[in-house]
Design a protein around this ligand. Structure first.
Ligand code: NAP
Length: 561
């Protein structure tokens, strides 16, 4: 039976850094990845327009000076092909591929209390060479889950979806081979960050584009541009300063919130700030703004109206403009998509907006889509319909902890974690970027590096002190979960229909109504201070023991049932 000290599940941005840290420490570890190659989100999401909306140089890893010095980001917000090249470069440079196994979908992970081991069953029956497998079993002492927050795409549950004779796919599964779009009639369903990127990118490349919008999203310009050699040289000189700024800002970006009180400045001063931010690149419009935008209904309403006016100025047909302005939530209480030529797309004669809150899609036909009003014919249907976010990937593995407790049962009604990285009842299982960790609400790689470092330091600490088992206490978990939950009370986002609150109309039980407290809203500095304080106190809230189990690792443990 294959045994490793550590098994990491998922070879995305987090899994890559995690295996690098483990390899550096000489720990026997392997990454299991369901996909056919590394890269996670940047491996899967190949749709046109897919790109960072974090500044490229704040998204890249910070752990290697050498890497920072040699990589030239070509665009301020780099596109998917380049991002995947970067992750491959990192894997090759540090020799990380040798510790990765692809096409390995982990079906089950059961904690064996007697032996203090995790027993995994993986399905590797779809190996590229065509060999069919019955699944295989592995064991490990420590299980590290880097499954991705947005790695389980969800489709609408529409009658007749299998009938459609043209091409159709979720954006996450955009084909690897080029999709011929010129002259084609294309439907895009969904106007989240993904749909907004796709629509802006393909509007002038397709024959006819019809957008099916259920709810509009607040969106602002990305303002992308190239990074010249001289600019890149300057960025390299400033890397320490850039990462230091990311570390002290709530969002983990270079964008620092405006420290003035919204109500303490005049309206003219507010407008001056907003005019400036609207023309700046990236998330400044969201994160350099007044902090009351997130918490104060009046402030939020005034700013939302400012953005609504911007939409009206950009969209020529006033009826279309009004349909693109959200009414059910204010700016920034859902994840803000950043756009490129998105609103201008609707000024094109070949682009049509269908408001499916008025005329819902009732079925998919052989030729296209049927709404309550009429039939539409298409060559291609693109589902930009989002993800079973944050917990979806956990739910798809049969994870069982002490006494066979299923994680999916524990998280059925409400989720709870300790620091977003450990779970009571699931010893030796770590989640560097788990639910309720600092990652989802911050610049993702910055949060990832924090989480991976904390988890790896814990393993080092355990090895140094002769510990073999770690488990968060129930009390510590409850305290953390209450803290995460209480912070939602201050935020306007608690009312939004968004993946931040666990909403997904396509997943049973995740419709609006039950808020799931998935995201830590306290900001990166507070999160880092908290987790560092826990470590400094010898991992307060974590029970550490020397229990190595009754059998030594690798002594023919039995397979997962
Ligand atoms: P999303 O924000 O959840 O948006 C899904 C869209 O599909 C929404 O407009 C939703 O409408 C619509 N939809 C879902 N089910 C539908 C149904 N059954 N019928 C009709 N419409 C339906 O998903 P996403 O756009 O993929 O973005 C998810 C997250 O991924 C983002 O928030 C962001 O964090 C990340 N992302 C990042 C980037 C980047 O630039 N780095 C790019 C893309 C995505 P409702 O609003 O009415 O539910």
């Amino acid at each position: 039976m294959e045994h490793h000290e550590v098994i990491v599940i998922g070879a995305g941005v987090a899994g890559l850094y995690q295996i690098k840290r483990l390899a550096d420490l000489g720990i026997d570890a392997v990454v299991l990845e369901a996909g056919s190659d590394l890269g996670g989100t940047w491996q899967w999401n190949r749709y046109p327009g897919a790109r960072f909306d974090s500044e490229s140089y704040t998204y890249g890893y910070s752990f290697s000076r050498d890497l920072l010095d040699e990589w030239h980001w070509k665009e301020r917000f780099s596109g998917q092909p380049e991002n995947l090249r970067y992750l491959n470069h990192v894997a090759d440079k540090f020799g990380l591929r040798q510790d990765m196994q692809f096409n390995c979908r982990v079906e089950a992970a059961h904690y064996d209390e007697a032996q203090n081991l995790w027993r995994l069953r993986i399905d590797d029956g779809r190996i590229d060479d065509g060999r069919t497998g019955e699944g295989r079993a592995l064991t490990c002492r420590f299980l590290i889950l880097t499954l991705g927050l947005l790695s389980i795409p969800t489709l609408p549950r529409l009658e007749g979806m299998e009938r459609f004779k043209g091409q159709s796919f979720h954006t996450f599964h955009w084909p690897h081979e080029p999709v011929e779009m010129a002259g084609k009639r294309v439907a895009v369903i969904g106007t989240g960050a993904t749909g907004i990127q796709v629509i802006g990118e393909i509007a002038d490349k397709v024959g006819e584009l019809t957008v099916f919008q259920r709810r509009p999203n607040w969106s602002a310009p990305l303002n992308n541009g190239p990074i010249s050699d001289a600019e890149m040289a300057d960025i390299r000189r400033r890397y320490d300063e850039i990462f230091a700024t990311c570390a002290r800002t709530p969002g983990g970006f270079e964008h620092e919130p405006d420290r003035r009180g919204f109500h303490e400045v005049t309206r003219a001063e507010r407008l001056a700030l907003w005019d400036k931010l609207y023309d700046e690149p990236g998330f400044g419009i969201w994160l350099r703004n007044f902090k009351e935008i997130f918490t104060d209904e009046t402030a939020n309403a005034e700013f939302s109206e400012y953005i609504a006016e911007r939409i009206r100025r950009r969209v020529k047909d006033p009826k279309v403009a009004e349909k693109l302005i959200p009414r059910d939530h204010g700016f920034g209480v859902q994840r803000v998509p950043l756009e490129t030529r998105y609103f201008e797309a609707y000024n094109r004669p070949n682009v049509h907006l269908v408001d499916i809150s008025e005329t819902p899609i009732v079925s998919v036909t052989e030729r296209g889509l049927r709404t309550s009003e009429r039939d539409y014919d298409f060559d291609i249907i693109v589902y930009a319909t989002g993800f079973d976010a944050i917990t979806g990937a956990f739910d798809r593995i049969d994870i069982q902890g002490v006494s066979g407790e299923k994680l999916s049962d524990k998280w059925r009604t409400t989720i709870s974690t300790f620091l977003g990285m450990m779970i009571h009842g699931f010893p030796n299982m770590l989640m560097p970027a788990g639910p309720q960790s600092g990652s989802a609400s911050t610049n993702y790689p910055r949060g990832i590096e924090t989480g991976v470092n904390w988890c790896t330091d814990l393993l080092e600490y355990m090895a140094a002190h002769g510990y073999a088992r770690c488990e968060a206490t129930e009390t510590a978990e409850k305290r953390w979960t209450d803290h995460v939950t209480n912070m939602y009370a201050m935020m306007l986002m608690r009312k939004a229909k968004s993946w931040f609150t666990g909403y997904n109309s396509n997943v049973a039980g995740h419709e609006q109504g039950t808020v799931r407290y998935l995201v830590y809203n306290g900001g990166a500095p507070k999160y880092v201070n908290t987790i560092n304080a826990v470590a400094a106190k010898g991992y307060e809230g974590v029970v550490l023991s020397a229990d190595r189990g009754t059998a030594p690792a690798g002594s023919q443990p039995t397979a997962v049932a």
